[in-house]
Structure formats: structure tokens, C-alpha cells
Design a protein around this ligand. Structure first.
Ligand code: CDP
Length: 259
């Protein structure tokens, strides 16, 4: 990373950010469900400059067998960044960061999937980051929960997630690459809007209690927005399967079940 960072002004006189957004404005988000024929469920997401694919397999017999849980399914997530997804070539294969992100996403999803319905099985979730520009863990989790629903796996709810942060002393929603790298705080959150339940919360940097309250209120509003986009992706997916919409020529062999 070869940028001079000292004189970045994150918020201008009009209260606008470097990409023109307001402090509480999200980057554009698009989600498409059911994009891969070979996976049991899948979702593709574009969020600002992030491009993320999620694929779900299972529930299927858990291997190695010693990892089986006799009373429930385990969720095994693998978050991976493509070498070409970032500006400096990323060395292929797992690293500490991707192992950590895989773990926190698995744990968030375990809290919504009815894992007790599928003892001894594994639900495998693959997240591939094709292009990264901050917030890929929340983008990955948002896509993964749509892919799980697309696979017909029973869940309590979808899991929308977003990062809130701080730059120039302002709380800002959905950090972009510069804000994430050179801002003063990053707070990824996953929240079920219906209940306000928090499934993921991490903190990098510092915030006062007042700032945290404001950050949580931004996150809550954004999670509702993301949730509506997730639901819409699933509606479009199943509307096209039922033949009530003709802008999707996907004609695969998935069962006619509800998500
Ligand atoms: O992506 P997220 O914000 O969830 O995680 P992060 O660890 O805070 O990484 C922030 C951003 O740094 C990523 O989204 C990438 O854009 C960038 N990054 C990178 O350029 N090279 C890496 N090896 C890892 C991250």
C-alpha cells in the first residue's frame, strides 16, 4: 500500500464523504440468489466495489467423522479471497485473517440455522471474494445467508450485516476501502432487524458510548435495508422458478419447495 495518508479529508464542508455519500448512506447493494447450478444454494452480491459469491452444500454427511455432532449439524464456512481481488496480489490459500473470518461467519450462521434438525451432518458454506473494497466479511455473511435460504435450509431468519466506522471524528456507515484502511474505527455488525438480535459484532479502534449508540442506530437502519434486498433476491429467485417472471431463463432441477 503506497498511499500518503496524513492529509486525507474524509468529510468535506458539506458533510459529504470522499465518494460523495452522506455519513449514514450505504453503498449500492445488489444480490442475486440461485446463480450456481451445482451448488444446493448460492448467491452473488455486488456491494460498492465488492463482488462476492457464496455457495452452500448440504446438509450432508460430515467428514471427517470425528467432527460429527450427534445432536446437530455443524456449519463449516470457508471465506476466501481471490489473488486478484485486492490491489496487492493476495497469496493464495488460508491465512490468519481468512481463518478468523470463516470462524465468525460460521458462528453467526449457527445461531440462525435449525441445526438440531440435521444431526451428524455438515452444512458447508463457501465464500469467494472476487473483488474487495472493505466490508467483505459483512458482504460474505449477507450473501451466505441468502445462499442458505436458497438451499432450502430452515433458518430463523436471514442475516443482514454491515460495517459502521469512524473517520474525522464522524460515525460513518458502510466504510469504503480508504475509510476502512485509514479511518479510526471499524465495527462490523450483523443484526436481525425483526428482533434486534446481534449475531456478529467486532471492533477495531475506539468509540465513545455516544458514538457507539449512533453507530448501532445506523447499523440497525442499514440492516433493515439489506434485509429487504435479501428478501427481494429470494422472491425473484422463486418467482422465476414458479414461471411467474420471465426475466430469468434459469431452468434447473431444484425441488419446488419454499425457501
Ligand atoms: O473486508 P473486511 O473489511 O471485512 O476486512 P478487513 O480485514 O478489515 O479488510 C479490509 C479491506 O482491506 C478488505 O476488504 C480489502 O479491501 C483490503 N485487504 C487487502 O487489500 N488485502 C488483504 N490481504 C486483505 C484485505
Amino acid at each position: 500500500m503506497s498511499e500518503i495518508v496524513d492529509d486525507i479529508k474524509f468529510i468535506d464542508e458539506e458533510g459529504k464523504r470522499i465518494d460523495g455519500r452522506r455519513v449514514d448512506e450505504m453503498r449500492p447493494l445488489k444480490i442475486e440468489a440461485g446463480v450456481l447450478k451445482r451448488a444446493d444454494g448460492s448467491a452473488y452480491l455486488e456491494w460498492g466495489d465488492n463482488k462476492v459469491m457464496a455457495a452452500v452444500y448440504g446438509p450432508r454427511e460430515c467428514h471427517p467423522r470425528h467432527m460429527q455432532n450427534p445432536s446437530r449439524a455443524i456449519i463449516q464456512c470457508r471465506y476466501n479471497m481471490m489473488s486478484f481481488s485486492v490491489s496487492d496480489r493476495k497469496r493464495p490459500g488460508p491465512d490468519r485473517r481468512s481463518i478468523e473470518i470463516s470462524k465468525i461467519i460460521s458462528e453467526a450462521l449457527e445461531n440462525v440455522v435449525f441445526t438440531e434438525n440435521f444431526p451428524r451432518t455438515s452444512i458447508d458454506v463457501y465464500i469467494e471474494v472476487l473483488q474487495a473494497n472493505a466490508g467483505t466479511r459483512v458482504a460474505g455473511l449477507t450473501a451466505a445467508s441468502v445462499a442458505l435460504a436458497d438451499a432450502g435450509i430452515p433458518m430463523r431468519d436471514l442475516v443482514p450485516a454491515v460495517a459502521v466506522g469512524k473517520a474525522d471524528g464522524h460515525i460513518i456507515l458502510d466504510l469504503n476501502g480508504k475509510e476502512d484502511n485509514f479511518g479510526s474505527a471499524d465495527l462490523p455488525i450483523a443484526m436481525i432487524p425483526r428482533t434486534g438480535e446481534v449475531l456478529l459484532m467486532q471492533m477495531d479502534g475506539h468509540m465513545t458510548m455516544e458514538e457507539l449508540d449512533l453507530a448501532l442506530s445506523y447499523a440497525k437502519k442499514a440492516c433493515q435495508e439489506i434485509y429487504d434486498i435479501q428478501r427481494d433476491a429470494l422472491h425473484r429467485r422463486y418467482a422465476s422458478q414458479a414461471g411467474t417472471e420471465d426475466d430469468n431463463d434459469d431452468d434447473d432441477d431444484l425441488p419446488d419447495e419454499e425457501a
